[in-house]
Design a protein. Structure first.
Length: 241
């Protein structure tokens, strides 16, 4: 079983398009969009069309993340989550919401998590939809492995962190946090990537596939966008500088 995973697109169309092309060229049995299609970038319309094409053409599943929930909350006039966000993120969300037509795209159906056999795929962690805890250190990775085992899984594939991590506990339970396609945050400055997951019998392989990305062009697009403050534009570009 070959599962292509594209996580945390965040409205950045160029690497999303390249990831889709590369995944199709390599081949897969299932495509998973692992949440957070929108916010931060300035290409929400194009990312929407690419996601819809992946769902319609490739049978992709969209696993909901916190940046899906944000827009559903806006649709349903719930503000508790967005009110907690820093000003620059809230401004990016509100800008994206206007670009989307102030409605959650009805063509984008999503599920809270997905599993293949004993492998769980969820946006942030195995603790349940709506818990957006980052698996950012060894203690949290261990907690994630323990929860996976309690739920009957041998491994989990997650995004949300925007940088890759791999963990295997003493019981052999594996936690894989994949890199983002939009706004990668690795401290070594590595760019975006998508991930190929292969399951062959009892063997699990999780491999990054780097994506060529022109960060300067991307940031130029952010600075050229109207309706965003200079402060927010600077914050949105700081991950690429």
């Amino acid at each position: 079983m070959r599962i292509a995973v594209i996580s945390d697109v965040h409205s950045v169309a160029a690497p999303f398009r390249k990831a889709m092309a590369a995944a199709r060229a390599e081949g897969f049995d299932q495509l998973i969009l692992l949440g957070d299609l929108f916010t931060y970038g300035v290409d929400p319309g194009e990312c929407l069309e690419l996601a819809c094409e992946a769902i319609d053409r490739d049978g992709a599943f969209l696993v909901g993340g916190n940046h899906e929930q944000l827009y559903v909350d806006l649709r349903d006039r719930r503000s508790a989550y967005i009110d907690q966000l820093p000003d620059w993120i809230r401004e990016s969300v509100e800008w994206t919401w206007r670009e989307l037509g102030e409605t959650w795209p009805e063509r984008l159906e999503w599920i809270p998590e997905w599993a293949w056999g004993s492998i769980l795929f969820a946006h942030a962690n195995p603790f349940g939809y709506g818990d957006w805890t980052y698996l950012s250190n060894e203690e949290l990775l261990q907690a994630g492995a323990t929860k996976l085992r309690e739920r009957g899984f041998t491994a989990g594939i997650f995004g949300h962190l925007h940088r890759p991590k791999t963990f295997r506990d003493d019981a052999g339970t594996e936690v894989h946090v994949v890199n983002s396609v939009g706004q990668p945050r690795s401290k070594n400055g590595s760019g975006p990537s998508w991930t190929m997951v292969e399951i062959d019998g009892g063997k699990l392989s999780v491999e990054d596939r780097p994506i060529d990305f022109d960060a300067e062009t991307h940031c130029s697009g952010i600075y050229a966008a109207s309706g965003l403050s200079p402060e927010t534009k600077s914050m949105l570009c700081r991950f690429y500088q």
